[in-house]
Design a protein around this ligand. Structure first.
Ligand SMILES: [Zn+2]
Length: 69
């Protein structure tokens, strides 16, 4: 069974909320082994998660304000 990028990115998102079952982890792993786009997506998602955990909401508001100017 092959995943397309849409399914792979959906699984990557769901993996933040729940443990993936074995079949999902295997098919996702196969997809990531040849798809650099989804590997990048996964890296960005991990980075976003780390940032939001580390900086909190006040910093998010500040960043948004800076981005608009
Ligand atoms: Zn992909």
């Amino acid at each position: 069974m092959m995943l397309n990028c849409f399914e792979a990115s959906r699984l990557l998102s769901e993996a933040q909320e729940r443990p993936l079952i074995l079949r999902e982890r295997v098919t996702l792993g196969i997809h990531l082994s040849w798809c650099s786009g989804c590997r990048n997506f996964r890296r960005h998602m991990h980075a976003l998660r780390t940032i939001s955990r580390g900086y909190g909401q006040r910093r998010d508001t500040d960043d948004e304000r800076v981005g608009k100017r």
